[in-house]
Design a protein around this ligand. Structure first.
Ligand code: ZN
Length: 129
């Protein structure tokens, strides 16, 4: 397992369940990058809209580059945070296709589950075809 996969698996533990985690990772990144870029640009625009509308006049010149750098980091983290849940659900759906039965909403291992209800989160087991 590559170093890149191990790092990503800290935030997306589902990756460890794939037979080919490198493929799962590249698929995940490829599919979600456009959405991430859109979220990033929108939050970036809002941040700097606020910055130039209200803050610019009141902030000393030396601090401005710091605020710019901070803004880009915040936007990136926000985009990631907004997408994380969605990405993890997507990975669980892909794992289902590989025969690994995980609860789509919470990630609980449903191997051998007969009741049709997840014991962890209480949701009905989503049927994927
Ligand atoms: Zn569950």
């Amino acid at each position: 397992m590559s170093r890149q996969v191990r790092i990503w698996a800290r935030w997306f533990p589902e990756l460890m369940r794939f037979h080919a985690p490198e493929e799962a990772l590249s698929g995940m990144v490829k599919h979600q990058t456009p959405l991430f870029v859109v979220i990033y640009l929108v939050t970036f625009a809002v941040y700097f809209g606020v910055y130039f509308t209200w803050l610019d006049d009141h902030i000393p010149r030396v601090i401005r580059p710091v605020l710019f750098a901070l803004g880009s980091v915040i936007c990136g983290v926000l985009g990631y945070a907004l997408l994380r849940k969605r990405l993890r659900r997507g990975l669980r759906r892909e794992l289902r296709a590989e025969g690994v039965m995980l609860c789509i909403p919470c990630g609980y291992d449903l191997q051998g589950n007969q009741s049709g209800v997840c014991p962890e989160c209480g949701k009905a087991v989503e049927v994927t075809v």
